[in-house]
Design a binder for this molecule. Structure first.
Ligand SMILES: Nc1ncnc2c1ncn2[C@@H]1O[C@H](COP(=O)(O)OP(=O)(O)O)[C@@H](O)[C@H]1O
Ligand SMILES: [Mg+2]
Length: 268
């Protein structure tokens, strides 16, 4: 059967559609991904691909989910508030569905922190979360966020971290220079508040979200550089395209505009 390249991805080379399936390369993370997808199928969560097995070329076989995914350049609808609310509901439903999965003892390749990196934040993890809620990883049906795809970054997570991750791309929590044209003039504090309300984020989580992200930008700069050096491929390409500078600009922007976001998140 014909293999149709699916080009919207960030890092994975060789993602193709074959009939109503998707074939993707596997890696050290895949055992956990497959267990997560099997769990979501078992609990009847519709907003994720099903894991169908491994094909004769050793690739994972997933169901292809019909719908619309934002390509590049991103469509102007990524700024729609209606979609933002719908996405918050989908992410909440996913996270709720993951609670019973717990934290299975599955080997995932972990690397020691690269030298020079600030230590990880002290955190309480609540579930295995998606942690990569980019425009390219959401399937839409009309204005409804129907499914999340690309579970390659699933890892221990909390409600705060999952919302923080989604808001980075969808509020967006980025320097105006790094936003899509249709995102430049958005009311970011308002969008964060709308998302947090629709998700149902607690007050404690709202209070720490921005400070945690500011700290996290330091760590992600080091981690991205390390991945670019160690893994090459799409990671190296992203680094060469300036993702490191983008992370630094995010930090500068958050130091100035972050307090307004926190204020909006907490306003009575
Ligand atoms: N199960 C799926 N259903 C529908 N589209 C998919 C599916 N998996 C991948 N795609 C499409 O292929 C693109 C790249 O796949 P993705 O799994 O996100 O790879 P990457 O790791 O490179 O980001 C996605 O942005 C989406 O457009
Ligand atoms: Mg992707």
């Amino acid at each position: 059967m014909e293999e149709i390249p699916l080009p919207n991805g960030d890092v994975t080379e060789g993602v193709v559609r074959v009939g109503d399936t998707v074939r993707r390369p596997v890696g050290p993370h895949s055992a956990l991904v497959h267990a997560v997808l099997d769990h979501l199928e078992a609990v009847g969560f519709a907003g994720a691909p099903r894991f169908l097995g491994i094909d004769d070329q050793g690739r994972e076989v997933l169901t292809f989910i019909e719908g619309e995914v934002a390509g590049r350049p991103h469509p102007s609808w990524i700024a729609d508030e209606e979609r933002l609310l719908s996405l918050a509901g989908l992410v909440r439903a996913l996270d709720d569905a993951m609670i019973d999965f717990g934290f299975p003892d599955i080997d995932t390749e972990t690397h020691p922190d690269p030298p020079g990196i600030p230590p990880p934040q002290q955190r309480t993890f609540e579930f295995i979360g998606h942690r990569d809620i980019t425009p390219e990883n959401v399937v839409w049906r009309d204005t409804e966020a129907y499914a999340l795809i690309d579970f390659d970054l699933v890892r221990p997570c909390s409600r705060m971290l999952e919302v923080q991750n989604a808001l980075m791309y969808w509020a967006p929590l980025s320097h105006p220079r790094d936003r899509d044209p249709d995102q430049i003039d958005l009311d970011v504090p308002r969008r964060c508040r709308l998302f947090a309300d629709a998700y149902g984020l607690s007050r404690e989580d709202r209070a720490i979200l921005i400070d945690d992200l500011i700290y996290g930008t330091e760590r992600s700069w080091h981690l991205m550089r390390d991945r670019a050096e160690r893994l090459g491929g799409g990671w190296a390409r992203m680094w060469d395209e300036g993702v490191g500078d983008q992370i630094r600009r995010r930090r500068e922007w958050l130091l100035v505009d972050g307090p307004a976001v926190t204020a909006a998140l907490l306003a009575e």
